[in-house]
Design a protein around this ligand. Structure first.
Ligand code: UDP
Ligand code: MG
Length: 139
């Protein structure tokens, strides 16, 4: 059953390049409600655990290094059909292939430094949200 929630991170390139406000504006304009949000910085262990599914991929080392390189903003978002609609809003993993008007097309630097994360399923949205937020975070 759909939870109508998804999880996102504004990645280190988006934060470093000053795009937090613009990206949150697009997220709100697209009808998502921010349920929980914080700025944090991932440790190497955090990033390895979060992206464990990619541990055998050739880009894993670079991905962990990049995701720990600076602060991120993590958030839980709510909207009907949240997971699918948020993936549409952010666009393809590679910004060169992302549709016009998507967050990655507008703000990503590269396939690695691609501005935002979006969960790929309801199950992963719940797992990823619980990884970043505790019951004390009011979500
Ligand atoms: N990534 C990368 N090189 C690649 C594919 C992915 O550096 O060839 C990074 C990129 O930051 C991406 C993340 O690994 O967002 C997770 O990859 P995934 O295939 O899950 O893409 P996403 O779900 O984020 O679109
Ligand atoms: Mg993914």
């Amino acid at each position: 059953m759909a939870t109508n929630r998804t999880f996102t991170m504004l990645k280190p390139d988006a934060v470093e390049n000053g795009h937090i406000g613009a990206i949150l504006e697009k997220i709100n304009a697209a009808g998502f409600r921010i349920v929980a949000m914080k700025m944090t910085q991932l440790s190497k262990l955090d990033a390895e655990a979060f992206y464990a599914i990619h541990s055998e991929r050739p880009f894993f080392g670079e991905l962990v290094e990049y995701m720990t390189s600076g602060p991120i903003v993590s958030a839980i978002l709510e909207k009907d059909n949240a997971v699918e609609d948020f993936r549409t809003l952010i666009g393809a993993t590679n910004p060169a292939e992302a549709a016009e008007g998507t967050i990655r097309k507008m703000y990503a630097e590269s396939i690695a430094a691609n501005a935002v994360h979006g969960s790929d399923s309801d199950d992963n949205a719940a797992i990823e949200g619980a990884f970043h937020f505790s019951g004390r975070d009011n979500y």
